[in-house]
Design a binder for this molecule. Sequence first.
Ligand code: GLC
Length: 717
Amino acid sequence: MTDVNQLLQQMTIEEKVGQLVQLATPFFKGATDRGEITGPMVQMNISENDIPLTGSVLGASGAKETMNIQKVHMEENRLGIPLLFMSDIVHGFKTIFPVPLAIGCSWDLELAEKSASIAAKEAAAAGVHVTFAPMVDLSREPRWGRVMESTGEDPHLNSEFARSFVRGFQGDLENDDSKVAACVKHFAAYGAPEAGRDYNTVDMSEWQLRENYLPAYKAALDEGCEMVMTAFNILNGIPSTGNEALMRGILRGEWKFDGPLVSDWGAVKELIPHGVAEDAKQAAEKAMKAGVDIEMMTACYTNHIQELIKEETLQESIVDEAVLRILRLKKKLGLFENPYRGASEAKETEAILTDENREAARELAGKSIVLLKNDNVLPLDGRQKTALIGPFSTSTDILGPWSWGGSPEDTITVDKGLSNYLDSDQLFISEGCGIEQGTDEQLQAALEQAENAEVIVVALGEHSDMSGEAGSRADIRIPEVQLNLLKRVKELGKPVVGVLFNGRPLDLREVTANADAVIEAWYPGTEGGNALADILFGIVNPSAKLTMSMPYAVGQVPIYYNRYNTGRPKDAPDAPERFVSQYLDIPNEPLYPFGYGLSYSQFEYGELTLSSDQMTQDEQLSVTSTITNTGSTAGEEIVQLYIRDLAGEVVRPLKELKDFKRLHLEPGESQEVVFHIEESQLRYYHANMEHKSDRGEFEVFVGTNSRDNKAKKFRLK
Ligand code: GLC
């Protein structure tokens, strides 16, 4: 068994610095896509001799490629220190699952864990050791393109999903080479960029940061997440990647995290344009002192650490700590004994895109697709002549922005999904327009097809590069040409089902006004067409619930359910007409609230009963609600529990999600749901950053979403 401390003693300073460098695949001999690297190497001021010293590889994929790269490396690295292979396996590798914002809407923690476990198995067989996931950046900003990568706007739910994803990716990492190390990102508060513009300024109070934006990172680390990635943004004036208070203060000091911390792509050198480093040397100094161990895809460390040590600006002991964290992870992964770990072409062929993987993707997609409106149109009975219209009718662009490992030919498109339920003479397909442009001929052709049908499914949305990284949009509506198509189809006077494929909450007013039913499918992944068809034809009864508020208009943004009341709430019983917190031109409420999603069943909630109207610090209080399926279809309901602290030392949200349960109810069936409340769920950050509860009055809500629920009060004595 390698003694990493002894190994460190044998390393030259060049070899130590090499471990802190991460380069993309093309830099390495043995890479299949070894393109033109002379230019990039010159630009980074590195040479061929630096490559064998490198510590980790970014973006390799495929057992053959990773094994080739590792083989050459082990021949050329003097001390035989193996490479770490890291890639973005965010919601699937070859079998692509729904984007995380969709997975969040499933509220299914077990299936989320299973999706990560399947992704890990496919990736590990392809030679990946670390995935740059889960992304847990809480966001209330639908203008920001990366909301699709998060599970939404709630700190409790995001924390639960963070734990599930880490468990799924890592499992028993040291003894199971079908697992990969997880790297939680982007630390911290990347999801709150001013004006929703990616990479933009983040500025918030420490109270807000700790109350809402930090919990999910901490949850991932409490679950044993092996790595952390820094965020591009500044936080309260200092770039995260050079932020000692954030990295050495909170992450390493308070939370005792001692795993490797990797910068985001180029984020070390970006300290220069941020304006906190004069040059690459100062950027290297600041990032090292902040505790960033691995520099991704720039060479400030390579070019300047030795100089910084020589002039005693930087202690070599800081470099040693960083190297040891990296060597410990390599040891934990067993790479010193077997540098190829789980990589195997045979295993890879066997592991990817199996029927079981596809079935899991189809099941999770079916639980992630949200039914927003249904004026007695759905489910379809399979006998009607159906027109499938719109740019997503046959599109394979339903995998989402982080689906580089997936492939169009493996993707079940909407038309393929519908053809499971309709004969070819029942299904008429016509695009009608593109994502952002269209011609009269396209429109006319689509209207002609729609004329022949009894029901019309209109598949609309955003191209996947309209969200994701650097995918911010100021106008969060469906492009005009698609809305025009929908309106023209609606004029035919037939039942219209609008289906959305998009990476963010949108302003859906014109869609809901021109469709009898509306389904939010997000980017549902490899099995998306099958999952959507299962819902359209009622084989799957929709149960998904929004985990980000769907705004009425972008002018409301940021909008979120766990908001504060203000001193002049518009909905106060005695509220005056004018002088309240409101807009003159739109409502305060979102179009669809957090936790909202319809079913083909109808669920009725009885009044709440509490085990007592008070509890002490060390007692539990139980809350009971009886839910009845008054519909004619069996269905699943996600029962949500929210709490409000009616008077805190600081203002407290109108509601905070604290628990939820999934119920399966047959038609006419009633079930009693019991939640248990304990004092720890009532704690919050006080002005002095103490995390504790206060005695006083609380209100508990149980319901089908954050707006529609039953309430009762109780006291904490
Ligand atoms: C990108 C993303 C980050 C990703 C990294 C490596 O810029 O911000 O999420 O893990 O680079 O691809």
